[in-house]
Design a protein around this ligand. Structure first.
Ligand code: SF4
Length: 381
């Protein structure tokens, strides 16, 4: 049954685009040549949770030669959002504030093991928490309910930062709407990973397509230049991923690591100039804590002084002080850094499931544990 499911997916993949089969054969040819040169374990990290979904859903790992390992990276913003932010917001939801959150952060656990662990739990216990689809929805809600106070949980990477930056800069955020900025930046975590965790042994990197549409493909030039790691900015179709793997193998073989932008239909070298300018005007870059990982230099964003009147931590004088937020038994930080697989966690699909997530990597559709849990038969190699 399991094999039939894998075969069905791969058959679909080949039917959608017959070139896929040719590409897979070429990947095998390159991998064989690399094996002859001593590359017996080529570890290619896909930064982005959406790449992980494509790889896992379509069974792309099953198509890879033995000496190629595709590993998931830190590209799930919900997974790395500090737990103490959730604690702060759940507490505020029992006070005079209504907390507004994207759906994928709604079940994110805070640091508490028992009781009210998430915004979802808070709602069940009478806290005022709601899901919104965008910051624009939050703005509309605040405008329509002037007698209430709202806090928006701003979780995300550079892709989502413009959604609050543009209204802030244009003075469009109503006075009864505040923001908790949990924004994190992507290039600094890859720099951190390569420097602090050489045991990850990255041979190549698939850089994120969505993020790069904002920050630009050139933001990843430092990976081949400073660390000698072949890097490809890739789109999210199965063929995009396979082309990116092929390019990485080609660069390894030629011993010429560089940056290739495979996703030119969306990503420009310089990115989105307007969005970058808005982010720069609204936010100040600071060293920031990543859940279970530590302080990563220049990886977070807080509001510039002129927007402090919209910053809930500033308004209430709450210190942004990380607390121990790795839940007992959860291996999410290692999963996030490519040092463990979800199946290495004893809680995977036992105490931690998509419908009842215990750890942060099981919450969002970009979380590696959730992706593996929902595509279980497909991921078996
Ligand atoms: Fe954490 Fe759950 Fe993943 Fe285990 S399965 S690492 S508990 S998120």
């Amino acid at each position: 049954m399991i094999l039939m499911t894998i075969e069905k997916k791969i058959r679909e993949l080949y039917q959608v685009n017959p070139k896929t089969r040719i590409l897979v054969e070429k990947i095998h040819e390159k991998a064989k040549l690399l094996e002859e040169e001593g590359y017996d374990n080529i570890r290619i990290m896909n930064f982005c949770g959406t790449h992980e979904w494509t790889i896992t859903h379509y069974g792309i790992r099953t198509l890879m030669p033995e000496n190629i390992e595709l590993i998931a990276g830190p590209g799930c913003p919900v997974c790395i959002t500090p737990g103490h932010y959730v604690d702060i917001l759940t507490d505020l939801s029992f006070d005079e504030y209504t907390v507004l959150s994207y759906g994928d952060s709604y079940k994110l656990p805070g640091t508490r093991i028992k009781g009210i662990r998430s915004l979802f739990d808070a709602r069940l216990h009478g806290g005022k928490t709601e899901i919104v689809y965008s910051f624009y929805d939050a703005v509309k809600k605040a405008i329509n309910n002037k007698d209430k106070k709202y806090v928006f949980f701003a979780v995300g990477f550079e892709t989502t930062m413009p959604s609050t930056a543009v209204p802030l800069v244009n003075n469009m955020v109503p006075e009864n709407l505040y923001i908790l900025s949990a924004y994190r930046l992507t290039p600094p975590i890859m720099k951190y990973l390569l420097e602090k965790h050489p045991e990850a042994r990255l041979s190549g990197i698939l850089a994120p397509g969505h993020v790069s549409a904002i920050i630009g493909a050139n933001s990843w030039l430092f990976l081949p230049r400073d660390y000698g790691v072949p890097t490809v900015v890739a789109g999210f179709e199965p063929l995009d991923v396979l082309v990116a793997v092929y390019y990485i193998l080609d660069m390894l073989l030629s011993k010429k690591p560089s940056l290739i932008n495979e996703y030119t239909r969306v990503v420009k070298p310089e990115g989105n100039i307007y969005a970058k300018e808005m982010i720069k005007r609204a936010y100040k870059i600071i060293d920031s804590y990543w859940r279970g990982i530590g302080i990563v230099p220049s990886s977070g964003a807080i509001h510039r002084e002129e927007y402090n009147n919209r910053d809930i931590l500033h308004i209430l004088g709450i210190e942004d002080k990380p607390m121990k937020d790795v839940l007992p038994g959860c291996r999410c930080p290692e999963v996030t850094l490519g040092l463990a697989k979800p199946t290495d966690c004893p809680l995977f699909l036992k105490a931690c499931t998509p419908s009842n997530p215990y750890g942060p990597c099981m919450v969002s559709s970009e979380g590696t544990c959730k992706i593996w849990a929902e595509n279980l038969p497909i991921r078996i190699k």
